[in-house]
Design a protein around this ligand. Structure first.
Ligand code: PEP
Ligand code: MN
Length: 340
C-alpha cells in the first residue's frame, strides 16, 4: 500500500499515523522528496482500512498495490485447494458435476432425477429447497421439507447434496447437507458469510450478477477469515446489455480466477444462459478452459417445472452431455500435463 502525503504534513499528525501503522504490524518506508512525502507500507495490508487513512488531513492519496484478500489469494497459497465432500473431491484435477432440478418439488421427482443424474455420471445432487425468487408470488421452494427430500435422495443414491441457504436461521436444517450454496443474490450478505465461516461445511459462493472478481473474492475472504477454508466459487453469468440470454456467461472467470486464487471454480451454464439449448456448448467451453466442475439443472419434466424449466435439461440430454464431458476433461488434463 502506498500513501502519498499532502505538502508539508503536520509532524504531529504524521507521527501518530506512523505509530498507528506500527500497531497494524506493517513496516513503513518513508521517502521524502522535494515536493512530497510517500509512505510505502510493507507486510500484510489486507486488514488495513484504506478509507481510514484517506480521510486524514495530511493524506493526499492511498493506493493498494496488493489485493485486499489474503486467504483466497494464490500469492500466499500457490497450490490448488481441494475441497473434500464425502468420498469425492472438488478441485485437484477432478471433474465435479452437480446436477439436479432448480427446485425440489416432490419425493418422486427428486428421487427420479437423482437416480437419472447419478446413472449419467453426476458426482453431486443439487436441488433448491429455499428458493430466492424475483417475485413473491412464484414458487418459494419446499423449505425444510425440501431438505428432507434431498436427504432421502442422498440415502437412495449415495450422492452428496448441494443446496442453497438464504438466511442464517436456516442453517439448523443443513446438518446433512454436504455443500452449502450461497446464491448470487446473497453473495454480499456479509452476516451470512460470517456465519458460514464459523462452521465447517464447504460453501459454494455464486457470483453476484454485477460483482467484480475482487468483490467475489472478498466474499470468499469473509468465509475464510472466519476459519472455514472450504470455499468453492461458481460463475453463473453476469448482467450485461444483452437480453437474448438470461445472463452473460463470463467464461474469462475460469482462467482469471486460476491466477488470482487457489479455490476451485465451478461454472453454471444453466443460470448463465436461461436456455437448455445453450447449456451443452458452454459446458464444453468451461471444461476446455479447465473449470473444476459444472452446475447443471436437470428436470424430468421441464415443461411443468415449478422454476427454471426453460433452462433445464431432460435426463437423456444430460446423459448425452455427461458422456462427452468426462473424456473432454481427461483430454484437457492430459494436454495440460504435456504442456507444463
Ligand atoms: C440457483 O442456483 O438455483 C440460483 C437461484 O442461482 P443464482 O443464485 O445463480 O441466480
Ligand atoms: Mn434455478
Amino acid at each position: 500500500m502506498i500513501v502519498v502525503l499532502k505538502k508539508n504534513p503536520d509532524r504531529g499528525q504524521l507521527d501518530s499515523l506512523l505509530q498507528w501503522l506500527e500497531k497494524q504490524n506493517v513496516s513503513v518506508h518513508e521517502s521524502v522528496g522535494e515536493s512530497s512525502v510517500i509512505l510505502g507500507l510493507v507486510g500484510d495490508t489486507s486488514r488495513i482500512d484504506m478509507d481510514l487513512i484517506s480521510a486524514l488531513d495530511i493524506v493526499d492519496t492511498v493506493k493498494r498495490v496488493q489485493e485486499p484478500y489474503k486467504n483466497a489469494n494464490r500469492k500466499f497459497h500457490p497450490s490448488d485447494t481441494v475441497v473434500k465432500v464425502g468420498d469425492t473431491q472438488i478441485g485437484g484435477g477432478n471433474l465435479t458435476i452437480m446436477a439436479g432440478p432448480c427446485s425440489v418439488e416432490s419425493e418422486e421427482q427428486i428421487i427420479a432425477v437423482a437416480k437419472a443424474v447419478k446413472a449419467a455420471g453426476a458426482t453431486m445432487l443439487r436441488g433448491g429447497a429455499f428458493k430466492p425468487r424475483t417475485s413473491p408470488y412464484s414458487f418459494q421452494g419446499l423449505g425444510e421439507e425440501g431438505i428432507r427430500l434431498l436427504e432421502a435422495a442422498k440415502r437412495e443414491t449415495g450422492l452428496p447434496i448441494v443446496t442453497e441457504i438464504m438466511d442464517a436461521s436456516q442453517l439448523k436444517y443443513f446438518e446433512n447437507v454436504d455443500v452449502i450454496q450461497v446464491g448470487a443474490r446473497n453473495m454480499q450478505n456479509f452476516n451470512l458469510l460470517k456465519i458460514l465461516g464459523a462452521q465447517e461445511k464447504p460453501v459454494m459462493i455464486k457470483r453476484g450478477a454485477s460483482s467484480t472478481y475482487e468483490e467475489w473474492l472478498m466474499s470468499a475472504e469473509y468465509v475464510m477469515a472466519g476459519g472455514n477454508e472450504n470455499v468453492i466459487l461458481c460463475e453463473r453469468g453476469i448482467r450485461t446489455f444483452e437480453t437474448y440470454t438470461r445472463n452473460t456467461l463470463d467464461i474469462s472467470a475460469v482462467p482469471v480466477l486460476r491466477t488470482l486464487t487457489h479455490l476451485p471454480v465451478i461454472v453454471d451454464p444453466s443460470h448463465a444462459t436461461g436456455k437448455a439449448s445453450l447449456v451443452a456448448p458452454l459446458a464444453y467451453a468451461a471444461v476446455a478452459l479447465g473449470a473444476d466442475g459444472l452446475l447443471i439443472e436437470v428436470h424430468n419434466d421441464p415443461a411443468h417445472a415449478l422454476s427454471d424449466g426453460p433452462q433445464s435439461l431432460r435426463p437423456e440430454a444430460f446423459e448425452t452431455l455427461a458422456e462427452k464431458l468426462f473424456p473432454l476433461h481427461d483430454y484437457v488434463v492430459r494436454m495440460k500435463g504435456e504442456t507444463e
